[in-house]
Design a protein around this ligand. Structure first.
Ligand code: GLU
Length: 280
């Protein structure tokens, strides 16, 4: 039997906080093999100190993982190959609409990632784009569905079997002119290549499975199981943000809390009182 493989996939755009600790520790106990992947496609937001801090914080949590660690910024050839397959299926089109154009589409329905793109650029072809124009590459979901002959679903350990609504996110961006991948494409390629058995992440991302299943079906990728877990919330009921320094693992450590303290506060759900009581 192959090992049950799970992964923790942070982006190096800030210091890890108590919500990440919950997610990483949760991930590690779901399987036999724990993989760390660095999701750093967006190089405009990634910073060197955050890569090192991820390793340091996860080691402090008592986790270990096989080397080398996959950094998505170094895996662009794999995403390019996947994108080329989708282009060959004729399901990708270039879209030169700006954010402003899209937010002006006031009659368009809204989805979990904002305005659903209504396909204004669907008629455009890559060969028609001139050098100077910037564009995103979008999945034409109606064209994509012509290649898929069965209804799709996915299994989530918390939510159960879910039927896919392929239109949930509209025509998503899968790449950009200069970058052959977006989150949605790279995550499907990597979860397949790394043999991930159970994808674990916060339940704010469960909606993304609806498009991930379509991408997996188009590219013939393995379909993992999923386990979307609860998120930890701050005093205002908002999920923790990386900019909220008071709950970063390094601040918690500096204040003298031990790993056992962190595990206990996550387990008991009294992390806000405990961190607040220490004046963090
Ligand atoms: N890179 C994402 C994050 O830091 C995680 C996405 C995933 O686990 O699929 O929130």
């Amino acid at each position: 039997m192959p090992p049950i493989t799970t992964r923790f996939a942070p982006s190096p755009t800030g210091y890890l906080h108590i919500g990440h600790a919950y997610s990483a520790l949760f991930t590690a106990v779901q399987g036999d093999k724990f993989i760390l992947r660095i999701e750093d496609i967006d190089q405009t937001r990634a910073r060197p100190e955050f890569y090192d801090a991820i390793y340091e914080d996860l080691e402090w949590l008592g986790l270990n993982w096989p080397q080398p660690v996959l950094k998505q910024s170094e895996n662009m050839a794999a995403y390019r190959a996947a994108l080329d397959k989708l282009i060959a299926l004729d399901v990708i089109y270039p879209c030169s609409c700006t954010r402003k154009d899209i937010s002006a589409m006031t009659n368009a329905p809204h989805g979990p990632e904002g305005t659903l793109y209504t396909g204004t650029c669907r008629h455009k072809r890559l060969c028609d784009m001139d050098e100077g124009t910037d564009y995103a590459l979008r999945l034409n979901i109606d064209a994509a569905l012509k290649h898929i002959d069965q209804p799709l679903s996915f299994y989530d350990h918390a939510a159960g079997k879910q039927d896919v609504n392929p239109h949930l996110l509209g025509d998503v961006v899968l790449a950009r002119k200069e970058t052959p991948a977006s989150y949605h494409l790279s995550v499907c390629v990597d979860d397949h290549a790394q043999g991930i058995s159970i994808v674990t992440r916060g339940d704010d991302l469960i909606y993304a499975c609806h498009i991930h299943r379509v991408i997996q079906a188009l590219l013939g990728l393995d379909v993992p199981e999923y386990h979307h877990h609860k998120l930890l919330y701050d005093h205002e009921g908002k999920r923790f943000a990386k900019r909220n320094h008071s709950v970063t693992l390094r601040d918690i450590r500096t204040k003298g809390f031990s790993l056992a303290d962190v595990k206990a506060m996550i387990e008991n759900g009294d992390y806000l009182e405990k961190l607040g009581a220490e004046g963090l």
